[in-house]
Ligand binder design. Structure first.
Ligand code: ADP
Ligand code: UDP
Length: 306
């Protein structure tokens, strides 16, 4: 199936750098609103999975009818269909930076994307919002959407909780999730769209900074090969541990993130050993012996404290 879609729609030239950011959040959480602000500031092409489907649903075909019915019921359309629409829109845009809004919505979507488009997202922006607020917004959206009614909205909340949250957790485990600070869910209400964008902007500014400095490697790291090695090592093996129970559609639980980096700890240990010998006076029993061992010593050379 993946090959058939690629043959029909096309694919990106091999080696071309394509930046993809997924934007995930419950229905009415403000994904579309934030995406249009990101587009203005950061030059991304905004692809709303829902808008692509609404466009397709207009066609007077069996497929069009099927999409219309599924959206009305708040169900998810088959993954191959939405991934094909996304790939087509990406290729037609001519851009190389994409905000994919409202996708992936379940594990099957994610796997279909991986096998057909196969571009690892740079990160996944997660927009959390209390359920009561999402409901209020949907009912006041006034865009003439067939699914903006209370019954469909409630089914969409269930789908979000049951099918989309596992995808959010998948990316969280891989350290790809970017949550807005929980402060945007204030006790006395949520932040305005502009206030939320201040938090969103900070995440995208960081992405731009990384891109200008050559990926995830800091400028200091680029001028220092040892630091570069460490940064790359940390990037590959760093583990993001998130101390949270799974967030709900409603008010999310506070999370605290802690980054463990074995490379960093190893470096600290090496520096401590070096300073220890340096301060006490370093002496090597066999001066010809290289630090890694010359192969002729019965044991690995040891430094001696004076
Ligand atoms: N922070 C916010 N505060 C108040 N209203 C908002 C906020 N963000 C979005 N909205 C409004 O809520 C509705 C749903 O937002 P939308 O961006 O369409 O959500 P989604 O794309 O996640 O379904 C829209 O009418 C939008 O103007
Ligand atoms: O990957 C997707 C995205 C959307 N939808 C369908 O499109 C509807 C509306 O999606 P949209 O993103 O527009 O809703 P929002 O979250 O913005 O309210 C969903 O309820 C689904 O029926 C889908 O099946 N797969």
């Amino acid at each position: 199936m993946a090959d058939a879609i690629k043959n029909e729609v096309g694919s990106f030239p091999p080696g071309k750098k394509i930046t993809v950011v997924f934007v995930i959040g419950g229905p009415g959480s403000g994904k579309g609103t934030q995406c249009s602000k990101i587009v203005k500031h950061f030059g991304f092409t905004h692809l709303s999975a829902g808008d692509l489907l609404r466009e397709e649903a207009k066609s007077d075909t069996e497929q069009g009818m099927m999409i219309k019915n599924m959206m009305h019921e708040g169900k998810l359309v088959p993954s191959d269909l939405i991934v094909k629409l996304l790939l087509k829109a990406m290729l037609q845009s001519g851009n190389d930076k994409f905000l994919v809004d409202g996708f992936p919505r379940n594990e099957e979507n994610r796997q279909a994307y991986d096998s057909i488009i196969s571009i690892e997202p740079e990160f996944v922006l997660f927009i959390d919002c209390p359920k009561e607020e999402m409901e209020r917004r949907i009912l006041n959206r006034n865009q003439g959407r067939d699914d903006d009614n209370i019954d469909t909205a409630r089914r969409r909340f269930e789908v979000f909780q049951d099918s989309t949250m596992p995808v959010v957790q998948y990316y969280e485990k891989r350290g790809k999730l970017r949550r807005l600070p929980t402060s945007h869910l204030q006790v006395d209400g949520v932040k305005s769209a502009d206030e939320v964008f201040e938090d969103v902007k900070a995440i995208f500014v960081q992405l731009n900074t990384q891109a200008n400095q050559g990926g995830n490697v800091s400028s200091r790291a680029r001028s220092n090969p040892f630091k570069r090695f460490l940064d790359l090592f940390c990037d590959k093996v760093g583990v993001l541990q998130v101390d949270s129970s799974s967030p709900s559609v409603g008010r999310s639980k506070a999370i605290s993130a802690l980054c463990f980096c074995p490379g960093n700890d190893l470096a600290k240990l090496e520096i401590s050993v070096f300073l220890h010998h340096f301060l006490l006076g370093y002496e090597q029993p066999n001066p010809k012996c290289m630090p890694a061992g010359c192969g002729t010593c019965p044991t690995h050379p040891r430094t001696v404290d004076n």
